[in-house]
Design a protein. Structure first.
Length: 252
């Protein structure tokens, strides 16, 4: 009998310590379906301590994992921000995506058992990590956990498709940027609770890299959208003044 079959705990695994206030709330994290206690026979079984490590730090510009590394864990961003990168044929970094607080990283390596990109912290960041083998062992012992894991992976697949959809079939730099801003705002609103105010601690160079634009082109488009009063930029904060017009421009 493994630890998952023995474990019965009615206490919640959510973080209540005041020192954790800068971390995403556990109830708003994508990983919640496999971290919160599971109801069983009028009791709550908390299995997360068998496979979960909370708030593991990654220093700015350091890798959480690298391309080709064997899968051992999947991660949820608990604070900060990560960029997903690869190196092209010219030995240049190509940004494939971003992962914000509450979102998963590395779940797409469950098959083929190794990571297909690098996950690099933008600024000091942290993750909660789940050991995959231990999670699978627990999910076999507790069917409800297995269902929650399937729900988790399906939801993350949907979010990844939405991010991809925001970048394809765009005919102009303006539509690319509009789609990017709307996509990120929608994702962050699940934790920031705002559908029009976006705090975006990503450099213009990184945004331009991700969108496949020149840095100068991106700056010009930001200025154009401000001049047309579609957005208002103040430092890292971007206010969407006319989301409906941005949506039309994005052609999503």
């Amino acid at each position: 009998m493994n630890n998952c079959e023995k474990q019965k705990n009615t206490e919640s695994d959510s973080c209540t310590d005041k020192t954790c206030q800068h971390f995403v709330d556990c109830s708003h994290c994508t990983m919640a379906p496999i971290c919160t206690p599971i109801k069983a026979n009028k009791n709550a079984i908390s299995l997360a301590q068998n496979y979960l490590s909370k708030h593991t730090s990654t220093n700015a510009n350091s890798a959480l994992f690298v391309k080709g590394e064997e899968l051992s864990c999947i991660y949820a961003v608990s604070s900060g921000l990560y960029k997903l990168t690869d190196i092209n044929e010219n030995n240049e970094e190509k940004i494939l995506g971003f992962r914000f607080t509450g979102e998963l990283i590395g779940e797409d390596a469950i098959y083929p058992k190794e990571h297909s990109y690098n996950a690099i912290a933008i600024g000091n960041s942290s993750v909660c990590k789940v050991k995959v083998d231990d999670l699978f062992a627990c999910s076999k012992a507790v069917p409800d956990l297995q269902l929650n894991l399937i729900e988790l992976l399906n939801r993350q697949c949907y979010l990844s498709q939405q991010e991809f959809r925001a970048l394809i079939s765009k005919k102009s730099a303006e539509s690319l940027l509009a789609a990017f801003l709307l996509n990120v705002t929608k994702r962050k609103s699940q934790h920031d609770h705002s559908t029009i105010m976006l705090n975006l601690p990503i450099s213009r160079d990184n945004i331009a890299n991700f969108l496949g634009l020149r840095r100068e082109t991106l700056s010009r488009i930001f200025s154009k959208l401000q001049k047309e009063q579609l957005i208002q930029v103040t430092g890292k904060n971007i206010l969407l003044l006319q989301p409906e017009k941005l949506s039309l421009l994005s052609n999503i």
